[in-house]
Design a protein around this ligand. Structure first.
Ligand code: NAD
Length: 474
């Protein structure tokens, strides 16, 4: 009955133009009516999302082409399919995840039963960035829906074609009474952060991450912060240089370097490694994108002229500071184009090495020993990802033991993200909390303990005062 009394969503909700206050109000009302709790509702929403990804993938790819120059194949693999496999995984495991877990009761407290129930949190806010505007809005949504929540989605205004498309098609496939898209930039986020939520899930840069964290603290709202950082990639030696170079180049130049888990820089251990990378990286870049990547349909663009300008500045600054151009270097700021670029002899104190690059510039820094590489990494804030290419088991073991990072991949880059069976998130400066698969379900639910103790026999009598008898016994 409470569900039946919910208001019909206004017309502006169908295009993401509802005001933040109105949208949150409606979502809170729906959460109170427990609209999104039933397993059936969750399954319907997840299936709706899957249908949306299947039926509207062409439009999604077209929007991503417009925003980031993404090729349709890359858009399908890194945005649509990654999200779709999250949906599939959630549909497959939802019943299991929702099942209360029975736990043991110690003898002294028997007879009784105890269980942990996974309860929806209520109404949650998901704030997404521009770099994977589809995946980073919808993959957290999968987890929030699986958890039985009502959801306010805030896509990034910096990827306008994707944001507008999603605002328009989401209400066609998902119940607009339990999912609402609010469009806009900083002012809209500011207004949203004044509303009351049961959880805020933010993906983006550290600066805004702090704003979100502070606003949430005022109302004691729990947060997940998916931030970035400089993800290192250590290379020691290899018998497969072409493969190593391909995997690093794939990690770096997919989405033209605008990937939160892209290898930010390479630490080459020793002169031979450095020479091998300098030889093979330019070759594989040519193999991927041809001799003129600007003409390649598979190579993306920067999100904006400002972002291209920032990267052009970083590149120039590095070159002025003595860095050597190994390959690339062509820049067309107005065309939002930065060629896949490899640099060597980069000053570790340069601007390029002090902020997350977030673009297709790959500095190779030479270190003499593996130990030096570890020290370089551990002297800096914890990265979102850490990569190691090595043939030595001893190094792989030491890397895992000594490096703290949100996630790790050995002899690969990026692909760890595609597994719904692995949690994804940062640690320290790269964020807090995680999602994907079961981890996402846990983020968007409360593990609530429930104990039931029969009152037919009062087995708790020993616990009641007066405690005089205890002293007499002692
Ligand atoms: P962005 O500019 O799109 O900002 C993210 C969100 O914050 C947007 O929805 C935006 O509207 C909002 N926002 C912007 N300014 C605001 C303000 N002053 N007050 C309140 N809200 C505001 O994206 P970005 O921050 O440029 O994203 C890039 C960063 O995100 C990189 O550092 C990258 O590493 C990180 N990132 C992390 C992950 C991850 O999963 N951990 C994924 C992608 C990107």
């Amino acid at each position: 009955p409470a569900v039946l009394a919910l208001p019909v969503p206004p017309e502006e909700a169908a295009v993401g133009q509802e005001s933040p206050v109105a949208a949150v109000g409606r979502m809170r009302q729906a959460a109170k009516a427990r609209l999104a709790h039933p397993r059936r509702h969750r399954v319907e929403q997840l299936k709706g999302l899957r249908r949306m990804l299947d039926e509207r993938s062409e439009e999604i790819c077209a929007a991503l082409k417009q925003d980031l120059g993404k090729s349709a194949t890359e858009a399908m693999v890194t945005e649509v399919q990654v999200t779709r496999s999250e949906v599939e995984h959630a549909l497959l495991h939802l019943t299991d995840w929702m099942e209360p877990e029975s736990v043991k009761v110690p003898l002294a407290l028997q007879p009784a039963s105890a269980k942990i129930e996974h309860r929806p949190l209520g109404t949650v806010l998901i704030i997404a960035p521009w770099n994977y505007p589809v995946q980073l809005l919808l993959a957290p949504l999968v987890a929030a829906l699986a958890g039985g929540n009502t959801v306010v989605l805030k896509p990034s205004e910096k990827a306008p074609a994707s944001a507008e498309l999603l605002a328009r098609i989401i209400p066609e496939y998902l119940d607009p009474r339990s999912v609402s898209v609010v469009q806009g930039g900083a002012e809209v986020v500011t207004e949203l952060l004044e509303q009351s939520f049961d959880h805020i899930f933010y993906t983006g840069g550290e600066k805004v991450g702090r704003i979100v964290y502070e606003a949430a603290a005022k109302q004691l709202i729990p947060v997940t912060l998916e931030l970035g950082g400089k993800s290192p990639c250590v290379v020691t030696e290899s018998r497969q240089w072409a493969t190593v170079a391909r995997r690093i180049a794939y990690g770096k130049f997919t989405n033209a370097g605008q990937t939160c888990v892209a290898p930010d820089y390479v630490l080459a251990v020793g002169a031979e490694t450095q020479a091998a990378l300098e030889k093979h990286l330019p070759q594989v870049i040519q193999e991927f994108y041809g001799s003129d990547p600007a003409a390649s349909a598979d190579y993306g663009r920067m999100i904006s002229v400002e972002h291209a300008e920032r990267l052009a500045g970083l590149l120039q600054d590095a070159l002025d500071g003595g860095a050597r151009l190994v390959s690339g270097g062509t820049v067309d700021v107005q065309g939002r184009y930065i060629e896949p670029t490899v640099l060597a002899d980069v000053d570790p104190a340069s601007e390029l090495m002090s902020e997350e690059i977030f673009g297709p510039i790959l500095p190779i820094l030479r270190v003499e020993t593996f130990e030096e590489a570890i020290e370089f990494i551990t002297a800096r804030p914890h990265p979102l990802a850490a990569y190691l290419f090595t043939d030595r088991h001893r190094y792989a073991k030491a890397f895992q033991e000594r490096v703290t990072a949100g996630g790790m991949a050995l002899d690969a880059c990026l692909v760890q993200l595609a597994l719904p069976t692995l949690p994804f998130g940062g640690v320290g400066a790269s964020g807090m909390g995680n999602y994907h698969g079961r981890a996402g379900f846990e983020t968007f639910t409360q593990a609530r303990p429930v104990m039931t103790k029969t009152d037919q026999v009062d087995t708790l009598r020993m616990a009641y005062p007066p405690y005089g008898w205890m002293k007499r016994q002692a």
